[in-house]
Design a protein around this ligand. Sequence first.
Ligand code: SF4
Length: 282
Amino acid sequence: MQVVTAKTAGFCFGVRRAVETCYDQSSKAQGKVYTYGPIIHNEMVVRDLEARGISVIRSKQELEELKEGTVIIRSHGVEKEICDLIGKQGLKMVDATCPFVKKIHKIVREKSEEGFQIVVIGSREHPEVEGICGWSVTPVTVIENEQQASAFVRENDKPLCIVSQTTFNSKKFDKLVEILHLLRYDRDCILNTICNATEERQKEAAELAGKADVMIVIGGKNSSNTQKLFEICKEKCSQTYYIQTLADLDLSLLPSVGYVGITAGASTPYNLIEEVSKQCRK
Ligand code: SF4
């Protein structure tokens, strides 16, 4: 049996940077340290950080109750309102928002101020999308599927500024833009802000799944980029399994001969990917 791990499996640049920021703050920050939301969709990492004194704030109300300490913003970013609140409460903010997400905040801020109608292609419930919407000075439309794109109505004669959640599927993005483009308007500004890390991971996963007899996708159950990877792999390889930890790996499902492909979402630590790979080879 051949076991091949995708080169792009695991932490991307932005997630690695955010996790390293936490470990760095756990040793040097004065006073209590918090992350606004779990730093990544990985329970093992979140528990390890808790053991090092970093707690998770889960809501705006919890933030409003804090009187001191350091708040780390995760790679997904947050609404402007949250940054302002941290300042107002007299807390220290350490911003680990991924620079690629920060760039979208800037675009949305500027374009909304210039009078563009902002459209975000992505999942409304995703924290990154909530954060992006929170930088616009005008209401934002979030479009996730073809039905919503077809039902979209342009506000008066406003030009559109279309951006994407960084982890959105690039093919779906093109399709939704195509539908919105039926309402073509010369001054529209269409920006594919899907991060390369996601595209490359998705592309490599599809290639690997196309060759594999069994495909294993590793990642937290709440990780949207892992869920998307799973969808992509499942299309190419019917025997695709989604696991969160080594304990979820059912070795009886692996072929005795053939090809096993492994990929992992952006929040999956390298050591877990290694453990799964080793276990498959046994
Ligand atoms: S997927 Fe891309 S945009 Fe998102 S955190 Fe990673 S590097 Fe940043």
